[in-house]
Write a protein that binds this ligand. Structure first.
Ligand SMILES: [Fe+2]
Length: 135
């Protein structure tokens, strides 16, 4: 079973954000599957790198939009993003150095963070972007 099931409750109604969120969900599911199948370090490392890189891409997209439309909670939102990228980069460093393997706890952290962030924090900027005409 997938780690995260995509569904309407995860949509924010802004196309580019939903497309990117969905890709993040796919990448986390892929990493979880690779872990369950006990795939080799190289394969896992590649997926993990893809996830870290794409997380940066997505946060940049979001922050650029929020900056452009003067979202008043931008600083707080940025901070939340940074906490997550710092944490997954630490996991990535440990993994690459061979100190740590992916585990259910790590996957649960990623899943929990993403779901809470999408359904609580991202929800906060919807009206700002929609009122500015972003679709
Ligand atoms: Fe966000």
């Amino acid at each position: 079973m997938a780690l995260i099931q995509w569904g309407p409750s995860l949509e924010v109604g802004i196309e580019i954000i939903d497309v990117q969120h969905r890709r993040l969900v796919d990448l986390m599911n892929e990493l979880n599957e690779a872990m369950t199948q006990e795939r080799g370090g190289e394969s896992m490392g590649g997926i993990l790198k893809g996830l870290v890189d794409y997380t940066h891409t997505h946060f940049r997209t979001e922050e650029n939009l929020l900056e452009r439309y003067d979202y008043d909670e931008l600083d707080l939102h940025r901070r939340e993003h940074r906490i997550f990228t710092d944490q997954i980069e630490i996991y990535q460093d440990r993994f690459t150095a061979g100190f740590m393997n992916m585990s259910n706890d790590v996957m649960e952290y990623m899943r929990g963070w993403l779901l809470t962030h999408i359904t609580c924090s991202d929800r906060g900027y919807i009206s700002t972007l929609k009122n500015a005409g972003v679709q």
